[in-house]
Design a protein around this ligand. Structure first.
Ligand SMILES: [Zn+2]
Length: 82
């Protein structure tokens, strides 16, 4: 036993993965990352449009009606622009 072989310990130092972290302390890098993450992932309120028929707006009917009107508009000349 003439070697001071401290580095040869089996996985004692840092278990793989984040969850097995032995110390509760987080590094400054972790705090920085957390700031970036929170900045980049703000909660968002998503507004959904609902059609009167109960589907997401525009529902297939509305899409069809829009197509028809758009087709007619291009057919007869644009009246809506005036
Ligand atoms: Zn509808």
């Amino acid at each position: 036993m003439d070697r001071d072989d401290r580095a040869g310990r089996p996985g004692d130092e840092q278990p793989a993965g984040r969850l097995g972290r032995p110390e509760p302390l987080v590094s400054a890098q972790d705090v920085e990352d957390a700031d970036d993450i929170l900045f980049a992932h703000p909660p968002r309120v998503v507004t959904r449009w609902l059609c009167g028929c109960g589907e997401d707006y525009p529902c297939p009917d509305v899409r069809f009606a829009r197509l028809v009107r758009a087709a007619r508009a291009t057919d007869t000349g644009v009246d809506d622009s005036r």
